[in-house]
Unconditional design. Structure first.
Ligand code: URA
Length: 219
């Protein structure tokens, strides 16, 4: 056997070995676990940044509410800002509007542990309704979370979420149910789940929009 043939044979062995190793890693359940673990670690780091963020904390009450759920979620729900219960606990959507949201999520055939829930504004403002400055700053943290989670579908719950993420104002009464495709992400605009608590007829529109979400997910 000439030296060239031996070198070619060894080259092929190396290529086959590398291919087998890469395939084993990609297909192993552990690699997926590793991926989710890394995403969780990255989200924890962002949560720490939010907790230490002086700009976020200015004029706000309570603890940070960075968001919760599956770090590898295909679907992310974006609200407005934490309420009193959220600011006391550090968990998003655990109050009355949270009950509405979590029921709608289940009705859409989703499990809470499969989605990620957060808000562009990570602290409860003293003045309750977030300012444009709060939204513009808060979204810098939100975008970092998106970069880790890489969602396929983002549900924008109300105008603050739409302004934060699409950087554009909408009339939710007119535009709810609208689907926007941007940068390989499907955005669905709908009401904030607190809306039907103040105006009950809105509930049927929210239900309709979540039925649309169910269809989007099935595609
Ligand atoms: N409303 C929001 O937008 N987010 C919460 O976490 C709670 C209420």
């Amino acid at each position: 056997m000439s030296l060239t043939v031996v070198i070619l044979f060894v080259d092929w062995l190396i290529i086959i070995f590398t291919f087998c190793l890469a395939t084993t890693y990609i297909l192993s359940p552990n690699s997926l676990l590793m991926n989710i673990k890394d995403k969780q670690k990255a989200l924890n780091k962002i949560a720490k940044e939010i907790e230490n963020c002086i700009i976020c904390r200015e004029g706000k009450i309570g603890v940070a509410v960075p968001g919760e759920g599956n770090p590898d979620a295909d679907i992310v729900f974006i609200g407005e800002a934490p309420g009193k219960q959220e600011a006391a606990s550090g968990r998003p959507f655990i109050g009355r509007s949270g009950k509405v949201l979590r029921a709608l999520i289940q009705e859409a055939g989703l499990k809470e542990q499969d989605v990620f829930i957060t808000s562009p504004v990570k602290y409860l403002p003293e003045y309750v309704t977030p300012t444009l400055a709060d939204i513009e700053h808060g979204r810098t943290h939100l975008y970092k979370q998106f970069a880790v989670i890489k969602p396929k579908v983002v549900v924008l719950l109300g105008n603050t979420a739409a302004i934060a993420v699409l950087e554009q104002k909408f009339s939710i009464a007119k535009d709810h149910g609208k689907v926007i495709e941007r940068d390989s992400i499907t955005y669905l605009i709908t009401y904030h789940p607190a809306a039907p608590l103040y105006n009950p007829p809105i509930k049927k529109d929210l239900i309709k929009d979540f039925k649309k979400l169910k269809k989007i997910i099935k595609q």
